[in-house]
Design a protein around this ligand. Structure first.
Ligand code: ATP
Ligand code: FE
Length: 355
């Protein structure tokens, strides 16, 4: 089976071709066209600009994905498209294109949940068995999911306010570092002392797997102002120490909450236990190291897909659509775009989850 994937839920236009082979799914091509330059001047993604840009470049992405795979539309068995959650104008651009292609070719159309695409990626890259634990940690999301099947996700907890990536970006802005903030703060933190300035670890004393990062931002702002007042400006070493302290706080929060999520997950007695991480923040060295150490301690495999498949892409959408295509399911031209689409709408609360 060979499937085309289309993704346009945020600020990346993407198309990819994935094939189910005897050795498992294989990515034949994956094209991603970012729009960062279009939104840079506005300090965030502008939905109208994003939707228009998707409408302009998505069909080129599809052409490029097919040509890179050396295939034509006639070689495909189906079309998968992100149907949500995301910025509705962008999602609609992708859904309309996919519907047009489906109507023109008669190929089955499959609507995919963007978050399911992320959550199933470790099966594409590392062939993980269900159930595995997933920490999705990015610019817009932070949650623990037990992935029990292609369409079975159990949310154990997540951020109650901001996502860590957002906090990294804000921290970079406060410290006068460039965007995206994550890599800049990580580099700065290497020169700093994480102990000198003390920052809070919100919610760490509460049971469960929920997290909070917005208080950390406020605390960082205060700490920065205190440092500046004392030295008459932000010194080099103060900047590095603030970055290091901030990063260490995020590491400590994620590590402790992952420890608890692992406890809950291991109650399911998985045959081949595994923790997978996804999202841009999973690129962070000290965060990865802490999670890896935790996994080693518990005898749990650690899976971190390459960054190109962690951030938004269409290979994960094509891959997520494969199972339904194989099962002969399809959505048809009535498929609608959904701005909100929680993954675990049908999941029962987890036994023993302390909340
Ligand atoms: P979502 O996919 O959840 O809607 P997004 O598209 O913003 O959000 P990603 O592209 O997965 O998320 O990740 C981008 C985020 O990852 C940014 O906030 C960026 O600062 C952060 N990030 C990237 N590299 C690092 C790093 N080395 N350390 C920490 N954070 C990082
Ligand atoms: Fe995403």
């Amino acid at each position: 089976l060979t499937i085309l994937g289309i993704e346009s839920s945020c600020d990346d236009s993407a198309a990819a071709v994935v094939r189910q082979t005897q050795d498992g799914p294989r990515v034949l091509s994956s094209i991603v066209r970012g729009q960062a330059d279009l939104h840079a001047a506005f300090g965030g993604v502008v939905p109208e600009i994003a939707a228009r840009a998707h409408a302009e470049v998505l069909d080129h992405c599809v052409e490029a994905a097919l040509s890179e795979a050396g295939l034509g539309m006639g070689d495909l068995d189906g079309i998968a498209v992100t149907a949500g959650p995301g910025l509705i104008g962008g999602v609609l651009s992708g859904v309309m294109l996919a519907k047009g292609l489906s109507a023109a070719t008669g190929l089955p159309l499959i609507g995919v949940n963007h978050l399911a695409g992320h959550a199933l990626t470790p099966r594409l890259t590392d062939g993980l068995d269900f159930p595995y634990l997933m920490l999705l940690v990015s610019g817009g999301h932070c949650q623990f999911l037990v992935v029990e099947g292609e369409d079975a996700f159990r949310r154990l907890g997540g951020t109650i306010d901001d996502a860590p990536g957002e906090a990294f970006d804000k921290t970079a802005r406060l410290l006068g570092l460039p965007q995206p903030g994550g890599p800049a703060v990580e580099a700065e933190a290497r020169q700093g002392d994480a102990e000198r300035i003390s920052l809070p670890r919100p919610l760490l004393d509460r049971p469960g797997c929920d997290m909070s990062f917005s208080g950390l931002k406020t605390a960082l702002l205060r700490a920065r102002d205190a440092e500046m007042a004392q030295a008459g400006g932000l010194t080099r070493s103060a900047r590095a120490d603030l970055a290091a302290s901030f990063q260490q706080a995020v590491v400590d929060i994620l590590a402790e909450k992952t420890r608890r999520a692992l406890d809950l997950y291991l109650e399911l007695a998985p045959a081949r236990p595994a923790l997978a991480v996804a999202g841009g923040v999973a690129a962070n060295g000290p965060i990865r190291a802490a999670l890896q150490a935790l996994c080693a301690e518990r005898g749990v495999a650690f899976s971190a897909p390459p960054l190109s498949l962690c951030t938004d892409n269409a290979a994960m959408i094509a891959h997520a659509g494969l199972a339904r295509l194989a099962a002969g399911e399809a959505d048809g031209l009535g498929l609608s775009a959904r701005p909100r689409w929680p993954l675990d709408a049908r999941a029962a609360p987890m036994i023993g989850s302390g909340k």
